[in-house]
Every structure is written in structure tokens, then in C-alpha cells.
Ligand binder design. Structure first.
Ligand SMILES: C[S@@+](CC[C@H](N)C(=O)[O-])C[C@H]1O[C@@H](n2cnc3c(N)ncnc32)[C@H](O)[C@@H]1O
Length: 207
């Protein structure tokens, strides 16, 4: 009961705050404006990417997230920014959309949390058009062994506090393991961010 109340009332606000720091928003600016056509945002959360969309590039945005509370927050953000978003309260492991229907899949700070990321990537492959693009920005395993050691130690507790978030996933390998092609990959520690959660991978991938 306490867990349910935490997840309903506290966690959405906590995620919204942790995911809206200046360095994280700077990362959003690097990839979100490239989303075009029919866009599927996986794990839209509280809608923190919404202000960074380039309106003239958008045909339609579908925002998927299993959390009703976060979708409610995203709805308010969409309204404030005068952007239409169609919400799908759904998990990425089973996307309720037709195959070959999406031009851009946007994934920011979500592959860390999806319980079965390879199943989700399979679904992303199914719904993506053959010439579609996947834009991603995720945090994950750091290159330094000492940081990795702490990531692995803290991960079980971290997941309990932050809605199942994993701080030690090897994001590029997950994407490659799914059979997707990475066309561009950048990586670095975000400034002013603890190293265990601050190593970011961003770029784009395709079928
Ligand atoms: C750390 S938040 C990031 C939210 C947002 N993408 C952002 O950049 O601010 C992780 C998000 O993943 C969502 N999530 C959790 N499990 C999921 C699943 N199985 N499929 C899709 N999204 C999921 C959570 O509800 C949450 O909105």
C-alpha cells in the first residue's frame, strides 16, 4: 500500500524533477528537434521533451507510457505548449500500433527503466517504417571501472526508489543486440551530475 501510494503521488514528481536538470535539458535540445513525421515517443513521462519539438516537422505525436499519472502531467505540458499529443497508456513491450507506421521513435531516459528492453526494441522495430529513424538519449554504464563498480552496487536500491530505473545498462549494446543499426553515437559524463547516473549515450539508429 505504501509502495502504491509512493508510485502514484511521489514518484511522478520525483522523476519530473530529476529529469529536468539543466544538463539533461541540454541533452534533449540535441536530439528532440530532429523528430519528424509521425512520431512515437516511448515513455513520454511528464512530457519534458514536448517544449523541444520542432513544430513544423511534426505530423503527429503519439506519447506512450504505462503511467497514467505521468501521462496526466504530459497532457498539461502539451496543452501549455500548444502541441497535440495522442496518448497511449501502454508498455513498450507491447505497442498497440500497426506495423510500419512510425517515422521517428524518440527514446529519452527510458531504456533504463523498461523491464524488458529487448522486447521493447523488437516492438519498436515492428512499428518503425523501413526508412524511419530512432532518436535516443539514455544514461547507462560508465566507462570507468570504479564508477561501474558503484553503479552495480547501488543499482538494486536505485531501482526501488526510481520506478525500476537501472543505472548500469549497456545502452549501445542493447540497441545493437536488438538488431538495429547505430548510425551516430556520442557519449560523455553530463556536467554537474553524479557520475553513477550521469554517463549519457545519444544519437540515432535505424533498421
Ligand atoms: C526516467 S522516466 C523518463 C521519462 C521521459 N522519457 C523523459 O525523458 O523525461 C522513465 C519513463 O519510463 C516509463 N516506463 C516504465 N516502464 C515502461 C515500459 N514498460 N514501457 C514504456 N515506458 C515505460 C516510466 O513510466 C517513465 O515515464
Amino acid at each position: 500500500m505504501i509502495k502504491a501510494a509512493y508510485e502514484k503521488y511521489l514518484l511522478p514528481k520525483l522523476l519530473d524533477t530529476c529529469c529536468s536538470t539543466k544538463p539533461v535539458n541540454y541533452q534533449r535540445k540535441k536530439i528532440v528537434p530532429y523528430a519528424r513525421g509521425t512520431i512515437l515517443e516511448i515513455g513520454i513521462g511528464s512530457g519534458l521533451n514536448i517544449p523541444f519539438y520542432q513544430k513544423s516537422n511534426i505530423q503527429k505525436i503519439i506519447g506512450l507510457d504505462p503511467s497514467e499519472e505521468l501521462c496526466e502531467m504530459a497532457k498539461k505540458c502539451a496543452k501549455k505548449n500548444k502541441i497535440d499529443v495522442n496518448f497511449l497508456i501502454n508498455s513498450a513491450e507491447e505497442i498497440n500500433l500497426p506495423s510500419n507506421s512510425i517515422d521517428t521513435v524518440l527514446l529519452t531516459y527510458t531504456l533504463c527503466t523498461i523491464p524488458e528492453p529487448l522486447d521493447a526494441l523488437d516492438e519498436i522495430k515492428r512499428v518503425l517504417k523501413s526508412d524511419g529513424n530512432i532518436l535516443f538519449c539514455e544514461h547507462g554504464t560508465a566507462p570507468d571501472l570504479n564508477v561501474q563498480k558503484w553503479q552495480n552496487r547501488i543499482n538494486p536500491l536505485w531501482g526501488k526508489l526510481f520506478g525500476g530505473c537501472n543505472i548500469n545498462r549497456d545502452i549501445p549494446n542493447l540497441i545493437l543486440e536488438s538488431g538495429l543499426k547505430i548510425n551516430k553515437l556520442d557519449q560523455m559524463y553530463l556536467p554537474s551530475t553524479p557520475k553513477i547516473v550521469g554517463y549519457n549515450y545519444w544519437g540515432n539508429a535505424s533498421l
